[in-house]
Design a protein around this ligand. Structure first.
Ligand code: S3P
Length: 172
């Protein structure tokens, strides 16, 4: 049986899950894995194309399976897609794990994600869509998280440092 991931990163798109995840993996000498990348590799097409060609519900099914597999197999740092926590079964699998919610406010989100062409959920009116998305999701991120780290004024290095501190992984 695997011992489970060292760290699981959740949070909205643009919150820095991939950048911070890669930094954390380097610091811990552990492998990094990203469920969005797993889906792209398995499907042989980009996420935006999956949304357009097959619709969001189909993407969510692929995501549910990808997250389940990664949680069972991966023992390093794992980043989940921003909407993974929408699934109740996924939230149940996250219970008790070292889950970190990378939060950020709306203005920071719009700055970072910009017009979001590669992110189908923010393609039309990023600011309004962001607000709606966070209203629907904030409580779910909080529910699964052991630790919440506000990323607004922090560099990726500072965020990584705050996570290692909070999870007491500094000396590993
Ligand atoms: C999504 C976030 C994206 C990707 C897809 C849907 C979401 O992942 O899974 O576009 O619903 O928030 P990132 O958070 O890694 O950008």
């Amino acid at each position: 049986m695997s011992s489970g991931p060292l760290i699981v990163l959740v949070g909205p798109m643009g919150s820095g899950k991939s950048t911070v995840g890669a930094l954390l993996a380097e610091r811990l000498g552990a492998p990094y894995r990203d469920t969005d990348a797993d889906i792209v590799a398995a499907e042989g097409r980009e996420i935006a194309d999956i949304f357009v060609e097959d619709g969001e519900p189909h993407f969510r099914e692929l995501e549910r399976a990808a997250v389940r597999a990664a949680l069972a197999e991966h023992t390093g740092v794992l980043a989940l897609g921003g909407g993974a926590i929408l699934d109740e079964g996924t939230r149940a699998l996250l219970a008790g794990l070292p889950v970190v919610y990378l939060s950020m406010d709306v203005e920071e989100a719009v700055r970072r994600v910009g017009l979001g062409a590669a992110r189908p959920l923010l393609a039309v009116n990023p600011r309004r869509q962001w607000r709606e998305l966070m209203e629907a999701r904030r409580h779910l991120y909080t529910e699964v998280a052991r630790v919440v780290v506000a990323t607004d004024d922090k560099s990726p290095d500072e965020v990584a440092e705050a996570i290692l501190d909070a999870l007491e992984l500094k000396d590993q």
